[in-house]
Design a protein around this ligand. Sequence first.
Ligand code: ARG
Ligand code: ZN
Length: 472
Amino acid sequence: MHRRLIVPGAFVAALLLAIPASAADYEPGAAGIGDPYYPASGNGGYDVSHYDLRLKYQPKTDLLEGTATILATTKQDLSRFNLDFGLDVSEVRVNGKKAKVSFSGDQEVEVTPAAPLPQGSEITVVVRYAGKPSELEINGFTAWHRTPDGGVAAQEPESAVWWFPSNDHPLDKATYDVSVQVPNGTQAISNGVLQSTRPVGADWTRYSWRSDKPQASYLATLAVGKFDITTDRTAAGLPVLNAYSKDLGANEGAAKASVERTAEVAEWLEEVFGPYPFNALGGYVPNVTSGYALETQTRPFYSPKQFASGSNVSVVVHELAHQWYGDSVSVHGWKDIWVNEGFARYSQWLWSEKEGEGTAQELADYVYASHPADDAFWTVKPGDPGPENQFDIAVYDRGALALQALRGEIGDKAFFEILKGWPAEHAYGNAKVSDFVRYAEQVSGKPLAGLFDTWLYQTSKPSAPAAAGVGV
Ligand code: ARG
Ligand code: ZN
């Protein structure tokens, strides 16, 4: 009896091994990539290598339409997968065949391919879509800036959902070709190198951009409007392209006096952080009403408000520093935001020191003194601020204080070796706060867990650190 049961069991097992896994073994990819700060961000089950966006935008109506072609590799046996996106999808094809599409929440598109996808396959996903990005608001948040002459996608931690379908998390970086058709007299600005500008019929022009180093989805940008464009080459021969809205009004001079110094600032940053990680530079200043800037890859986004008091090279230093700290080396999860903002802020202090406008130590002393012990500033943990405080001033200023404390503890030689070594160590990748702590210990040869715990994870004002060295 016993024996007779075993035989058919073994027979069935042998049969299962002999035939390809049945569709029943295939599972849906997760709806999120697993970031506790933003559970809906990104998706499981696949990894994107390239986005090709071929779009058309009409500033008069804010209608954006076109096709996204996504090249990806499956990381599991997939029965279906999600894309993060908020505009209207009319058709999705996977490997040329029509897929079933459904929607959940504000930003999840569920794609069920005609045939299940085995792990390790290269897939091509074509998404046709249209919509008005300004009509999309998620939890009161929008990444789309409608301007009098167009629109701009620039926000953190997400902006892709407003203009293209993606695996929307820094853990899945990819290269980009962004090609956008706009009415004559209007330009489309994006990341990387402008490959071509071509007429489309009598009334439209197509701008085609290429960003050919790994790029996080929130660092992809699109700006359509009427711009003054300046171009140049760096001493090393990299193309520089800046764009300024034609209606910056009284802020135009200060904006240009700042952003035109991009190449000079990048050259100085190379001395501190090592070789510039990308092959194009620039910045753009659209006529938005918001007040923040963003380190969109190779071509940061600036608000006209930043130039309301005259030139502001410091914000250029901040956004360019992010090209190393944030764009080339990206957060592993959003709780690691200090590896971006702490360093971008600290680079502004170093610039100030170089310009003779106050040393990093003086700026650190000022920040330390200006927040009394009962200030909420000290309750925000730069090493894990929570999504609600991700961009709190403490992540920036207390985050930079942590670096000044580190500099005092290990001395200038090891400190600047670390500032240069880190972007090389993790170039084009992702890293955690804990990776930085370990790296700093390794380079300096000193135990630093206590120092970082004090400055990044305590919720009360630490006692003043020893002063750090002068001069870069
Ligand atoms: N990484 C940007 C910067 O520091 C921050 C953008 C934050 N966005 C916001 N709405 N606060 O330059
Ligand atoms: Zn920043």
